[in-house]
Design a protein around this ligand. Structure first.
Ligand code: SF4
Length: 64
């Protein structure tokens, strides 16, 4: 399972980083970046799914 971030929407709130810090981070410009391509473990996938509704601008999508 992998996620994508629409950087045209991301405002750097960091909710995704709080929800799944092993998968999301903020770069120097304050926008979200993915730390890995795939969320591998079930626990990690759960945290990525939890991050999606926490993004105030709906920038995170799941792919596959
Ligand atoms: S929660 Fe959404 S707006 Fe905030 S850093 Fe993550 S992707 Fe960007």
């Amino acid at each position: 399972m992998r996620a994508t971030i629409d950087l045209s929407l991301c405002q750097g709130y960091g909710n995704c980083v709080s929800a799944a810090p092993e998968y999301f981070d903020l770069d120097d410009s304050g926008q979200a970046v993915l730390l890995k391509v795939e969320a591998a473990t079930p626990a990690e996938q759960d945290r990525v799914r939890e991050a999606i509704p926490l993004c105030p601008v709906g920038a995170i999508r799941l792919e596959g």
